[in-house]
Design a protein around this ligand. Sequence first.
Ligand code: PLP
Length: 424
Amino acid sequence: MNKNKYKNLLTESIEHFKSEGFYRNFTPILRKVESFPLTNLKFSDNNQESSHKLKIWCTNDYLNMSHNQSVIKEMIKVIKEVGTGSGGTRNISGTTPFHQNLEQSLSNLHGRDSALVFTSAYSANQTTIWTICNAFKSICVFSDELNHASLIQGIKNSKSECKIFKHNNLEHLEKLLKDTDSSRPKLIVFESLYSMDGTITEVDKYVALAKKYNALTYLDEVHAVGIYGKNGEGVAGSLGVSKQVDIINGTLAKAFGQIGGYIVADNYIIEYIRSFAPGFIFTTSIMPSVAAAATKSISIVKDAQHKRNYIMKKADYLRNQLKLNNIPFIDSNSHIVPVMAYKSQLAKLYSKKLLEKFHIYVQPIFYPTVPKNSARLRITITPKHSNNDIDELVTALINIYQNSTNKNTKKVFPEVLKRTPIYT
Ligand code: PLP
């Protein structure tokens, strides 16, 4: 192929992506320890520079653990003791007592035999699912239609047959299970909290269905660990079925405020993944300081029921205010509140207005992160956001929605969102 053609194909794709309104601009932002949720952002307009205080409303550092003083101290202490990098894969000097302690505390948190830590929850999902599918050649995978990209990638890479069930629809899942040869190995892949909608899954019902059809279960608890359950053990734990899920996946990067991902399972499964998953074996392990900070963070989060209660109460308060003011949002009882804009261009416009006019920072979310025509502003409340902050946010949203040029918001109500109650 002519060398120019490589460039042309890639740049044309980006131009097309831009023309559809899906191109993303990143805003560099500092979440400052001393002032969060407030920060400063420099604006430049017609060569004029100005600086504004902004309030951040879209972090996944759900419990502000990345700012926790004990966690910071622990990380610095370990860096001073053993340096920054881990020095290799787990097999080649990349296993430290800090990694082992972390895995112990994760298995304790979930009440499971064993845990295995990866460089991210994305890698954990992708490589674990691929490895399980590879172990059972004729496996049939059952995947929720809204599953995260990392779960989908793991399934796709394995080239296993995959049947997609309607979001959180147990009847549809059961029909697909029933229609599949009972002698085939089966894997049900789902999430406990769909973070773009904020909806919580009835994990116990999936477990019962899996039992009935002899299927394995793979549950992504990335947005739930630290937030749900008495000790932050996630939704499966809160429903008393942690031990009945074959593999639970979680992240260290959201409620625990660090970086890295993990799975917990029975010992024989962890042994198998540890021995055969390329995404575990062939990559450098996380920094020892990160492992130590994550262990410290988990121990603090276990006792942070007051923080969990706080964000749930504030999320309810926000939902109530949105309802009273006819602002469309997806209703749930989780800590995530998605405010609907539908069109990606509108989500971008609302986000820009919030930033420039009201000094509020919420990134727009649109395709491919969510289905087309379901763009939104995904709001997350942390223990540092007060009722006054929420009132300020709602006042800004009222202004934006009242002055929206799109008077057809309700007319473009997409099919895909009928699955969850939306208040408009
Ligand atoms: N699973 C889900 C459901 C996610 O939303 C994400 C990331 O946001 C991941 C997995 C990946 O997590 P990590 O950021 O630790 O790679």
